[in-house]
Ligand binder design. Structure first.
Ligand code: UT7
Length: 331
């Protein structure tokens, strides 16, 4: 009997209506559409504008989209993992609120924080629970309201990030489909280069920290870029090699959407043609935990049962990794 595997059997997504274009950013900071497009590939991003709405609002919408598409009863969901860097509040798991709001009353839930690798790590966690035989329906949601932690006077970060949410349902596969392999890494050296200084246990919030704008994301872009390019390509190549995958065996690269140049470098190392590379950075920017499930949702109709997908991500921490997954359905 073949080993039980964990397959993605449905996806869903939500992005806010408000579009923040490069043209509008030109009126906010000293930048221009040409610079942003050529350095990052981003043309616009979505922003959750409504007062009082946080990451849970988008996560709930993405999960409801998935539930409606798959036609499942939320009571069947055993577990919900909310991958996010921007929980609704520092204390009280946002995932627990999301689970209750979607009617997943039999599920337990928690938040998983690994910056831009959160969803990839969540895929690994969901898969392990399913392979163990303990749970049968696990939802992983990647959701981030990056606009809540971005300084819109800092041109080096505000042009990159956007808000959004995507969700994927993991269920057992008797056909060996789903996650086949993963290679996940971390290196704490990275925390100096991409971080929010204040609001945690080292530097709790104070008038001073607010005045110094220390509750916003700070990034040494050049250094992060360098690490991202080499590490994302390394792990993607490693996953291909150890599973005996040639470029012709891979139907899709599903890369974290941080910068088109990082994505191109990863695809080049894998020798993949651009037509096999999922990309939506131009319309959403970097939505952190949401990039991978938003890609799956956007490309769902083009995916065929049995397709080989290689996921790759890199983020703050540093955290990074790659995964090899066999797609499980035609839509
Ligand atoms: O997902 C989490 C992980 N994050 C990432 O993977 C992000 C990695 N980093 C990057 O994507 C890139 O480093 C950035 C997009 C952030 C920056 O691109 P870059 O090509 O590395 O630019 P740079 O920082 O080397 O800056 C080049 C020039 C500088 O001017 P000088 O010193 O050459 O005169 C910057 O001041 O571009 C300037 N600059 C800008 N100009 C116009 C920086 N930001 C802007 C801007 N508009 N928004």
């Amino acid at each position: 009997m073949s080993k039980k595997t964990a397959a993605i059997t449905a996806v869903g997504a939500y992005v806010p209506d408000f579009v923040l274009s490069n043209k509008v950013l030109e009126t906010m900071v000293e930048t221009n559409d040409e610079w942003i497009t050529s350095r990052t590939g981003i043309k616009e991003r979505r922003i959750l504008k409504e007062e009082g709405k946080g990451t849970s609002f988008m996560a709930i919408k993405a999960a409801e989209d998935l539930i409606n598409k798959r036609g499942i009863d939320p009571k069947e969901i055993d577990m919900l993992i909310l991958a996010t860097t921007t929980p609704d509040m520092p204390v009280a798991a946002t995932g627990a609120y999301v689970a209750s709001q979607i009617g997943a009353v039999n599920a337990f839930s928690y938040d998983l924080q690994a910056a831009c690798s959160s969803f990839l790590y969540g895929m690994s966690t969901a898969t392990s629970y399913i392979e163990s035989g303990r749970y049968k329906k696990v939802i992983v949601i990647g959701a981030d309201k990056m606009s809540s932690i971005i300084d819109y006077t800092d041109r080096t970060t505000c042009i990159i990030f956007g808000d959004g949410a995507g969700a994927a349902l993991f269920e057992p596969s008797e056909e060996g489909l789903g996650l086949q392999d993963e290679y996940l890494r971390t290196d704490g050296i990275g925390r100096e280069f991409l971080k929010i200084d204040a609001g945690g246990s080292i530097l709790p919030p104070s008038e001073e920290t607010v005045k110094n704008r220390q509750h916003f994301v700070q990034q040494d872009g050049k250094t992060v870029f360098k690490f991202a390019v080499s590490n994302m390509a390394d792990v993607a190549e490693k996953v291909m090699q150890r599973n005996g995958l040639s470029k012709d065996d891979v139907q899709w690269l599903v890369p974290h959407q941080a910068n088109k140049r990082i994505i191109d470098a990863t695809a080049n190392r894998m020798k993949l043609d651009a037509s096999k590379v999922m990309m939506n950075i131009q319309k959403y920017g970097n939505t952190t935990s949401a990039t991978l499930p938003l890609l799956l949702n956007d490309y769902e109709k083009q995916l065929k049962k049995g397709d080989n997908l290689v996921f790759a991500a890199f983020g703050g921490g540093f955290t990074w990794g790659a995964a090899y997954l066999k797609w499980a359905y035609n839509s």
